[in-house]
Design a binder for this molecule. Structure first.
Ligand code: ADP
Length: 494
């Protein structure tokens, strides 16, 4: 039986995973690449290095493999590239999603009153995070680029488009809706590039990729590139791929990824839900003509608060140790950590707020602070889930989890307690790569229906809420008071 190759192009490394027809991971290859910080706040990747690292890991995963039916791609989202259509040479470094170099362009879009239009058409807020202003930056930074783009000599693409172009030997310039919906140039309702937004940013249509469904044919790899011609049949941005890989295929299902930050996505079905709480509306995937939308929210400081305990406070040796230390006390004795290191996101949206620790008493020690830090992750995710509930009118039945910090059983139990809903962790945490493989396998007919692979993402652990409602209310009101205190004591509070 044929396997499926999944390329997982992330922010710090390029990975390739070969999945068997039964959905098991057969091989994994990975290569890291360099981060470039030319100026404060700028983050860039070398497009050629990014491609070469992905190519090397794809070749390593394919080496000696038997029949491979197709290839899927999942990728760091929003990261922006511009290259020459003829030669495939990038004209500028890839501007990475984290990069803040287009804050000024965003400010000018706001000044022109485009906020409402962006929100209504793209489901996004105007932010340097998204690709549109990054394309503008590149066209401004490179002499003659604007004219060349107008003449159709340049291609814009997110990382998926770049990989497809390279894999097909420059024959295909394409993307799909989950990536396109992060560009701020794509109307998620009409499912087309938006003329008003493209004009506002001076991005000519001639440089935009064709948008195909997330699962289906994107073209074939050039045999010279990978040593074999593989149909590319599935693509999704990393967070949407994880939602798909977690099996959240139905309306109301949600997953949270606990990494450095946390990314919570809820499938809202065929309906695009507009948020009143600062969540983003995005396309989850398009299968055939059928589109699934998602609401998305993020916690800026998730697992990063554990890194902070380790690197700045020095009170733990490694992230995993946080679990045992926190478990050595039964509660935090009223200590709360508000890790608003870079401000507060949804539902507060207070950029200027900074972190604090409240409720310290003479008896409060290391274990209480570690526990409070872990709890802060769960409270922030809980606040997001509340926003989702208000916006979608639906409560979460169970939360599917993945990402590095989801390995922490205590955190998962606290999360279930805070939500008052079960938290379900799969045994295979490769859900992102699996999601892309699944989209590709469905697109190529390896599988007829996602339900055929239901058994692949096995439940490893299920955390049921154990806390009384009374205790939950007490803890949550303590958390809210701590957040309110952080807001009041912020240096710019007026
Ligand atoms: P990313 O993809 O953002 O790099 P990962 O999914 O690799 O993140 O997760 C790493 C993050 O998870 C780090 O911030 C780390 O502090 C945290 N983390 C890893 N293991 C644990 C653990 N056992 N308990 C708590 N946090 C953890």
């Amino acid at each position: 039986m044929a396997s499926v190759l999944s390329l997982d192009q992330g922010t710090t490394s390029s990975r390739a995973l070969l999945f068997s027809a039964q959905g098991a991971v057969e091989r994994v290859a990975q290569q890291e690449f360099e981060q470039h910080y030319r100026r404060p706040g700028w983050v860039e990747h070398d497009p050629e290095e990014l491609w070469q690292s992905q190519l090397a890991s794809a070749k390593a995963a394919l080496g000696g493999a038997g029949e491979v039916a197709c290839l899927g791609i999942t990728n760091q989202r929003e990261t922006t590239l511009v290259w020459e259509r003829e030669t495939g040479r990038a004209i500028h470094p890839a501007v990475v999603w984290q990069s803040r170099q287009t804050a000024d362009i965003c400010e000018s879009l706001r000044a022109r009153g485009l906020e409402e239009s962006v929100r209504a058409k793209t489901g996004l807020v105007i932010d340097a995070y998204f690709s549109g202003t990054k394309v503008r930056h590149i066209l401004d930074a490179v002499d003659g680029a604007q004219e060349r783009a107008e003449r159709g000599e340049l291609c814009f693409g997110t990382v998926d488009s770049w990989l497809v172009y390279k894999l097909t030997g420059g024959r295909v310039h394409a993307t799909e809706p989950s990536n396109a919906s992060r560009t701020m140039l794509y109307n998620i309702h009409t499912r087309d590039w938006d003329d008003e937004l493209c004009a506002a940013l001076g991005v000519p249509r001639a440089m935009l990729p064709q948008v195909f469904p997330s699962s289906g044919s994107f073209g074939e790899t050039d045999p010279e590139v990978l040593g074999r011609a593989l149909p590319i049949t599935g693509i999704a941005g990393d967070q949407q791929a994880a939602l798909f890989g977690q099996g959240c295929h139905a309306k109301g299902q949600a997953k949270n990824t606990y990494g450095t930050g946390c990314f919570l996505l809820m499938n809202t079905g065929a309906q695009a839900q507009t948020s009143e709480n600062g969540l983003l509306t995005t396309i989850a995937w398009q299968l055939g003509d059928e589109v699934h939308y998602a609401l998305e929210g993020s916690v800026f400081v998730g697992g990063a608060v554990i890194q902070w305990l380790r690197d700045e406070l020095g009170i733990i040796q490694d992230a995993a140790e946080s679990e045992g230390i926190a478990a050595s006390v039964s509660d935090t004795q009223g200590v709360y950590v508000v890790p608003a290191f870079t401000g507060l996101g949804a539902p507060h949206w207070r950029e200027e707020v900074r972190g604090l620790i409240t409720g310290l008493t003479r008896g409060a020690g290391r274990a209480h602070i570690v526990r409070a830090a872990l709890e802060s992750i769960a409270y922030q995710v809980g606040d997001l889930v509340d926003c989702f509930g208000q916006d979608s009118g639906q409560s979460i039945n169970a939360l599917q989890v993945d990402g590095g910090a989801s390995a922490n059983d205590l955190l998962m139990q606290i999360q279930a307690d805070v939500l008052g809903a079960p938290v379900v962790r799969p045994s295979n945490l490769e859900v992102t790569a699996f999601g892309a493989a699944l989209l590709a396998g469905l697109g190529a007919g390896v599988w007829q229906d996602a339900s055929e692979l239901k058994g692949v993402i096995q439940e490893d652990a299920r955390f049921e809420p154990q806390m009384t409602d009374e205790r939950r209310t007490e803890l949550l009101s303590g958390w809210r008071a701590a957040v309110a205190q952080a807001c009041v004591s912020s240096p710019l509070h007026s």
